[in-house]
Design a protein around this ligand. Sequence first.
Ligand code: PA5
Length: 435
Amino acid sequence: MGITDAKIKETDVIALNTDHVNRFVSEQEIAGAMPGAFDALQSLLRHEGPGSDFLGWLDLPRTPEREIGEITDAAKRIQDENDLLVVVGIGGSYLGSRAAIEALPEETPFPVLFAGNNLSPEYHSRLLSSLEDKRFAVCVISKSGTTTETAIAFRLLRGKLVERFGKDKTGKRIIAITDPDKGALRQMAAEKDWQTFPIPPDVGGRYSVLSPVGLFPCATAGIPLAGLLGGAVSGIDRFTRTDASNEALRYALVRSTLHGRGTIVEVLSTFHPELALFCEWWKQLAGESEGKEHKGLFPASTVLTTDLHSMGQYLQEGNRNLLETFLIAANPRSDIPIPHDGDDLDNLNYISGKTISHVNRKAFEGTLAAHAAGNLPVMTIEVPSITPESLGVLFTFFEVAVAVSGRLAGINPFNQPGVEEYKTRMFKLLEKPGY
Ligand code: PA5
């Protein structure tokens, strides 16, 4: 049965459909490679192999109730005393929470802005002016505590807090999320007596969405943590089974087999614009984890149908060195019927009475069939709908799949030595002491 015919039941947390990929990677090949994926998964679960001191993310879905309570209480205080929260962080220190918040507009009534993720003067001056008449708090997130983009934005925002509310009233508007013991931010927070939450030392940035790094901004925005973590618990249990039906292992095997045969780009395509930032989170997770030793699929993304009018041509007829993975939600959270028009000058009455989500679904099914017919390996990851629970499932699905893919490629998925290269050269150019 093809994914387009499948009825996703509310109880199905995720459906992976590889029917259209089997022409390129057969079921026999997947079955033959499965023992290698089991070994890779088991080495992760036994905390062995390269990067084994960065496996704390496997335990994050089961965050203790006491910690969830502390995060929820702090989030409630910030909501009660402010009009908005500014989250300052870059890379793994903001992409996960932003992905969840943008995916769940219904669950996030409290405004959260993101800063510290670029060096644009225009962005920073617009941000500072937008805060002129707002009661705001700042959540600064940095594991190392020394990241330049984060530190610059945080310094500017501290200045704005002092200007707006006075030096004595600034401290209660700052929450710092950083290493529990070391780093400049930890030291600053201790000296200034800011409220803090720890980033577990055995959790790397891009694997930290279910730690306070993601949970505090999400809770402040309004996302129920029980839903997000509940989905993550069911996801981590499901995707760490040494079982041939484990979707994360099957997905990892398809991508690594195709990569071994010359596929160099994986495009994550979604038909839900609210998942655009989720795709950015996935790009960081996959790119920073797997792009090493001149290996790894280059992770790209498209938001459809928008990008069918820009990248659709390439996907249909361009270089066949791509794999396309569709990320789909079966059911919309809300819907709108297309109205009937007596004149029908726009010739749309043939779909009047149908909903926009119905048309979106048919666009997905048509695109899947077209790209498959265009000789592109395509697969589909489908969740029932975009909810805190399904996001929890998706976060854990991709975390396990990328970790296993990295292990299959023989690299350490949990370090990022290449990121230092630009920093060293930039610091030298900036004449930072010691460079
Ligand atoms: O995944 C990673 O480790 C990186 O993307 C980091 O999250 C990013 O560089 C920010 O680092 P830090 O939290 O130390 O400021």
